[in-house]
Ligand binder design. Structure first.
Ligand SMILES: [Zn+2]
Ligand SMILES: [Zn+2]
Length: 112
């Protein structure tokens, strides 16, 4: 169960998109077309607030053995817990591998 954010104006949870502006995370509601500053998020694993918004690949198997990248989704990662992928991918401007679940949003009560 991901922690849901809702629009402060219409209360919609499905139309929220996040984007990074400088070091801040801004949220936009597609329904109202309003943007607001996100409150400090915390990591689900360490409880720290050093989270970054980055992208993760969404892949689907194409014909043959080719894997085609069809899209990316925005995910949060923790600078502390997800430092390995942060250095390997985010620091190089690369999206995270498909299927990677950031520690920032990992729930320890749910076994892998
Ligand atoms: Zn709204
Ligand atoms: Zn963490």
């Amino acid at each position: 169960m991901a922690r849901q954010l809702s629009c402060p104006r219409c209360g919609d949870e499905d139309a929220i998109r996040g984007s990074r502006e400088a070091s801040r995370i801004m949220l936009t509601c597609d329904t109202c077309q309003i943007t607001w500053d996100r409150e400090s998020p915390v990591c689900a694993t360490c409880g720290g607030s050093r989270l970054l918004l980055t992208t993760r690949r969404v892949e689907s198997m194409g014909r043959g053995t080719q894997t085609s990248i069809i899209a990316t989704v925005e995910v949060e990662i923790c600078e502390t817990c997800d430092h390995e992928v942060l250095r390997a991918y985010t620091d190089h401007g690369q999206p995270l591998p498909a299927g990677y679940v950031p520690y920032a949003t990992r729930h320890p009560e749910r076994p892998d």
